[in-house]
Design a protein around this ligand. Structure first.
Ligand SMILES: [Ca+2]
Ligand SMILES: [Ca+2]
Length: 411
C-alpha cells in the first residue's frame, strides 16, 4: 500500500488557514489561550522550529493523529488528545498569547507559559474526514471549483451555496486528498437539486492511492442517483486509500457535486488492552494502541521488547471482528529493519501463535514506516504480531485494525 504518514501538505493548508491573529478555519479552530506548566498540558510529539506557525503545528499534530495542537513561545508546538484538552484548565485572555509565530509573524504562537490551542478538523474523531481537505477535478466551468464539494456546506441549491462544475467532457472526475491512506466505510454525496439532477447518473466512486481516479478500485458498480433525492450514500466496505474520487463514465458529461463526505471505518484497536512477551526501555505494550503514531522512539509512542526468541504483541479487541486490514506503524528514528520479517495472527486463542496467520511472512517495504496488511476477513478477538526467530526485538509505534464486509465494526 502506498501510504505515508509524513506527507507535507502544508502549502495547501496554508492557503486555508488565514494569516489572522487567531485563525478559524476548516482545519484548525481556535479554542483559546491557556496556561501551560512544566509538566506540559499537551505532552505529545513536541516540534520546536524557527519555521513555527499555526498551520505548521496543526498539520504536524494532525499527521501524528492528535485531536489538538498548541503553539507556544513563538517556536514551540505541542500535540494533545481529547483527554489532554479536558484536563487543560481554564482559558486566559487572548492578550496573554502575545508572541508572534517565528515562521509567520502575522500570527500569534502562544506566549511565555501560554499556549494558543486549536482543535484539529478532519481528525479521526470527526466523522467526515473530507471536510476542508484539498480537492481536484478534471476541469472548472462557471467558477465551480473542486473545493466547493468539501466546504461543509451541504446545500443542493446553487444559488444558496455554489457547487463544483466541470466542462462538458468525456469521463469527468473529481477527487479529494485525505492526506494519508484511510479505510473508508462510506461516502455521502449531495447532488445539485435546483436543476440538472440527472447529469450525475451513472457515477462511479473510487478509493485508492493513485491520483488517476479511474485506476483506483471502485466501491460497487455504476451508481444511480434517484431524481427524488439529493443525497446518496455509497458503501465502500473497507476499501483503503488516500484519494476518494467520483467519476462519470461516458462521453460529453458534466460533473457537479454540492458536497462529498467521507466516513472512515473505526480503528478497532484504539485504546484496547495489549500485552507483549516482555518489556524493555519502558516500551510498554499499551503504546501500541494509544493513538499516537509518532515513529520517533523518544516521543514515548512505541513499544519495545528485549532481544528474545519470537517476541510477540497481542491486542484484545474485546469481541470477535472480521478483520480486513492490520496497519503497522514502525519506528523511523532507527532500527526499522528489526520488524522484518513478521507474522500477523488473528483468532480467538489468547496465545498469538495458536491463531491462524494472515498471509505469510511480511516485510515493511524499505523507505516506508508503515504497512497495511490485507487480512481479507479473517475472524477473531485477538490480533497478534510475532517476530519469528532468535534474538529478535519487537517495536511497534501503533497497530490499527479495521474490519471489512457489509457491516463494518465488531459483531
Ligand atoms: Ca458544498
Ligand atoms: Ca503508539
Amino acid at each position: 500500500m502506498a501510504d505515508n504518514n509524513k506527507n507535507n501538505d502544508a502549502s495547501d493548508d496554508m492557503a486555508v488557514l488565514s494569516a489572522k491573529r487567531h485563525s478559524v478555519s476548516n482545519l484548525g479552530v481556535y479554542k483559546g489561550c491557556y496556561v501551560d506548566t512544566n509538566t506540559r498540558k499537551f505532552p505529545n510529539a513536541v516540534d520546536v522550529s524557527n519555521e513555527q506557525s499555526t498551520a505548521r503545528c496543526v498539520n504536524h499534530c494532525r499527521s501524528k493523529g492528535f485531536a489538538y495542537a498548541g503553539t507556544q513561545y513563538s517556536t514551540e508546538c505541542f500535540c494533545g488528545t481529547e483527554q489532554n484538552f479536558q484536563n487543560i484548565g481554564g482559558t486566559r485572555p487572548n492578550s496573554e498569547c502575545n508572541k508572534a509565530c517565528r515562521g509567520n509573524p502575522s500570527e500569534k504562537c502562544g506566549g511565555t507559559w501560554r499556549m494558543s490551542v486549536y482543535k484539529i478538523q478532519g481528525h479521526a474523531t470527526d466523522p467526515n474526514i473530507a471536510s476542508g481537505r484539498p480537492a481536484f477535478q478534471s476541469s472548472v466551468a462557471h467558477g465551480g471549483s473542486p473545493d466547493r464539494a468539501v466546504d461543509a456546506n451541504r446545500s443542493p441549491n446553487w444559488a444558496q451555496a455554489p457547487c463544483t462544475h466541470t466542462n462538458t467532457e468525456n469521463d469527468p472526475w473529481w477527487y479529494v486528498d485525505l492526506g494519508r491512506s484511510v479505510t473508508v466505510d462510506h461516502v455521502a454525496i449531495v447532488n445539485r437539486g435546483d436543476c440538472c439532477s440527472e447529469r450525475i447518473t451513472p457515477f462511479d466512486v473510487h478509493v485508492g492511492d493513485n491520483t488517476a481516479v479511474a485506476r483506483n478500485p471502485r466501491c460497487g458498480g455504476h451508481h444511480h442517483f434517484p431524481l427524488t433525492e439529493t443525497e446518496r450514500v455509497v458503501h465502500c466496505r473497507g476499501r483503503r486509500g488516500r484519494y476518494v474520487g467520483i467519476r462519470l463514465p461516458g462521453k460529453k458529461r458534466i460533473l457537479t457535486l454540492c458536497e462529498v463526505e467521507v466516513y472512515a471505518a473505526p480503528n478497532l484497536a484504539l485504546g484496547k488492552p495489549t500485552v507483549q512477551s516482555d518489556v524493555a526501555h519502558h516500551g510498554y505494550a499499551s503504546r501500541a494502541t494509544d493513538g499516537c503514531r509518532d515513529p520517533n522512539y523518544g516521543q514515548q509512542c512505541c513499544t519495545h521488547t528485549p532481544a528474545q526468541s519470537s517476541p510477540w504483541l497481542r491486542v484484545d479487541l474485546g469481541a470477535q471482528a472480521r478483520v480486513q486490514w492490520v496497519v503497522l506503524n514502525n519506528r523511523a528514528d532507527c532500527c526499522e529493519e528489526r520488524l522484518n520479517p513478521f507474522t500477523v495472527h488473528i483468532g480467538n486463542d489468547a496465545r498469538v501463535d495458536h491463531n491462524p496467520r494472515c498471509g505469510g511472512h511480511h516485510v515493511v517495504p524499505a523507505g516506508k514506516n508503515k504497512d497495511a496488511i490485507n487480512c481479507n476477513g479473517l475472524r477473531g478477538r485477538y490480533v497478534g504480531i510475532r517476530l519469528p526467530g532468535n534474538g529478535r526485538i519487537l517495536t511497534l509505534c501503533e497497530i490499527e485494525v479495521y474490519a471489512g464486509g457489509r457491516h463494518l465494526g465488531i459483531r
